[in-house]
Design a protein around this ligand. Structure first.
Ligand SMILES: Nc1ncnc2c1ncn2[C@@H]1O[C@H](COP(=O)(O)OP(=O)(O)O)[C@@H](O)[C@H]1O
Ligand SMILES: [Mg+2]
Length: 254
């Protein structure tokens, strides 16, 4: 019988521009057999994104309409059941430009060695092979059915003013359209972040924190085992290390 493969899903949540993709890419370089799953790829095609009822622009951020939830949930369930990330999973993220925030090679190599050792040990014990799914999402802890699929739950928290600044420095997002596989480039209309993005983030995230305080509240318990990283108060190397600590801890118990 073929050896079984187990998929472990590591959630990396937080607001738009909190650094999720940057962290996910560092972890991908460390974890053997890892794949990034971008929640943005489960957005509806641009033609189907709802209009905001007050501001009269398309609303890519309000949780109920921003993601095709049944599609994302069944994708995650299927990945877990089959032990494979389907090869037809097509992402637009490679088109998005990104500034690298490096970590030291020594720090990276140290974690690479830790995971190599853990995997060798696991193979010697006859454990299943592991595939890592790094699930990067701005609405990752909204749906209980999504939360349930995530084995490790990391949250990057960054203050309001820094999020706004980073978003304004961003040129746009490559998004899906029905007619074109390469998609199209979305640019924010004026005040889009202030009127649409941030209010939708607060709405979707308030339950995750005590007293609904997304800026300062402690985790409320909605997301069991949430690992909250205040990413501005640490270096990228520390964020990577803290994530690897939690992930390796999970692997040792798995
Ligand atoms: N720890 C950090 N310090 C400074 N800039 C950062 C940090 N993390 C990410 N950034 C920058 O912030 C922007 C958004 O990061 P990104 O990883 O694309 O966020 P997300 O995927 O959450 O939208 C990028 O320009 C990235 O280089
Ligand atoms: Mg991203």
């Amino acid at each position: 019988m073929a050896k079984k493969t187990r998929v472990i899903l590591v959630g990396i949540g937080g607001a738009t521009c909190s650094g999720k993709t940057t962290l996910a890419k560092h972890l991908k370089r460390i974890l053997p057999n890892s794949v990034i799953i971008h929640q943005d790829d489960f957005a509806p095609p641009q033609e189907l994104v709802p209009m905001h009822p007050v501001h009269n622009v398309q609303d890519w951020d309000a949780a109920p309409g921003a993601i095709s939830w049944p599609r994302m949930i069944s994708f995650l369930r299927q990945v877990k059941e089959t032990g494979e990330i389907p090869p037809d999973h097509h992402s637009h993220d490679h088109l998005n430009e990104q500034k690298d925030i490096p970590i030291s090679p020594e720090e990276r190599d140290r974690w690479v060695a830790v995971f190599e050792r853990l995997m060798r040990q696991r193979a010697a014990d006859g454990g299943e092979d592991i595939v890592w799914g790094l699930v990067d999402g701005f609405l990752l802890y909204w749906s209980p059915e999504v939360i349930e699929q995530l084995d490790v739950r990391i949250y990057l928290r960054v203050p309001h003013d820094v999020l706004r600044q980073r978003r304004h420095e961003r040129h746009g997002y490559h998004t899906a359209v029905q007619s074109d596989p390469e998609g199209t480039l979305w640019r924010d209309p004026p005040l889009y972040w202030e009127q649409i993005v941030y209010p939708a983030y607060v709405d979707a995230s308030r339950d995750v924190f005590e007293a609904g305080d997304v800026e300062r509240g402690a985790p409320s318990g909605k997301v069991a085992g949430l690992v909250l990283l205040e990413s501005l108060e640490m270096s990228m190397g520390d964020a990577v290390s803290q994530s690897c600590k939690v992930i390796s801890g999970f692997l040792e118990d798995a």
